[in-house]
Design a protein around this ligand. Structure first.
Ligand code: SF4
Length: 233
């Protein structure tokens, strides 16, 4: 799966208010710098905007030739909002295409401030049922859905990304609700399915974290076919 068009640099900002059962980046949930219990490797470092942009701009020629750019992701990048906003402005000033990968769980005012600085939002929709969403991710989904409707109404460009996990959020009614919601959006450029991957389990072991969902099997080809048939992707 790509983090936006063309060749891109992804910048991971630590810290996330969600706790998705299947999280594939569990080392990015805590805002603090962490150390791997197995290798001693450090996850995260403190960087200035200039230092981040110095790294990003090293690949500027690839962005130009491929139609790529930078993607700010996480964790939830909206959590370090002032830093994110300054980075977006710096990338925009340097002529670099800016994408922000978000769970959508942030006050609308933050999205409104980013609108003039962001070319593309990569927006996760994890589950349409409010109670089930809270159970699976630790937070309700009303704010997430409301922000997406407002981004759509504001004319923002966005791709929807749906992490699908067999037996957790892929029932026929889950998929029908996703289809109905996304069909009403006018500016959705793309809907991508992100099939469950057990990569997070290995990372949990590395960083001494306890996974909430410990399935090691990948979705089957039948799962993938059913998802693709049910969703507009
Ligand atoms: S939003 Fe992303 S980083 Fe945060 S818990 Fe969920 S999967 Fe992990």
């Amino acid at each position: 799966m790509k983090d936006g068009p063309g060749i891109r640099t992804s910048v991971f900002l630590k810290g996330c208010p969600l706790r998705c059962a299947w999280c594939h980046n569990p080392e990015s949930q805590a805002a603090e710098i962490q150390r791997a219990v197995t290798t001693g490797e450090v996850c995260g470092r403190v960087m200035s905007v200039d230092a981040v942009m110095g790294e990003v701009l090293r690949d500027a020629v690839f962005y130009r030739t491929s139609g790529g750019g930078v993607t700010f992701t996480g964790g939830e990048p909206m959590l370090q909002f002032d830093f994110l906003k300054t980075l977006c402005a710096a990338a925009r000033a340097a002529g670099v295409h800016v994408a922000v990968d978000t769970s959508g769980y942030a006050p609308w005012e933050r999205f409104a401030e980013l609108l003039p600085l962001v070319d593309l939002f990569l927006y996760d929709l994890k589950c349409m049922d409010p109670a089930r969403h809270a159970e699976l991710t630790g937070v309700p989904n009303e704010l997430i859905l409301g922000n997406l409707r407002r981004l759509d109404a504001a004319g923002a460009k966005f791709w929807i990304r749906c992490p699908l996990v067999p037996g957790l959020n892929d029932s026929d009614s889950d998929l029908a609700a996703l289809r109905a919601f996304t069909s009403a959006l006018r500016n959705m450029e793309k809907l991508e399915i992100c099939p469950y991957h057990p990569l997070g389990l290995e990372k949990c072991a590395t960083f001494g974290l306890i996974p909430r969902y410990a399935e090691k099997a990948l979705p089957t080809s039948a799962d993938l076919a059913r998802w693709r048939q049910a969703l507009p992707c």
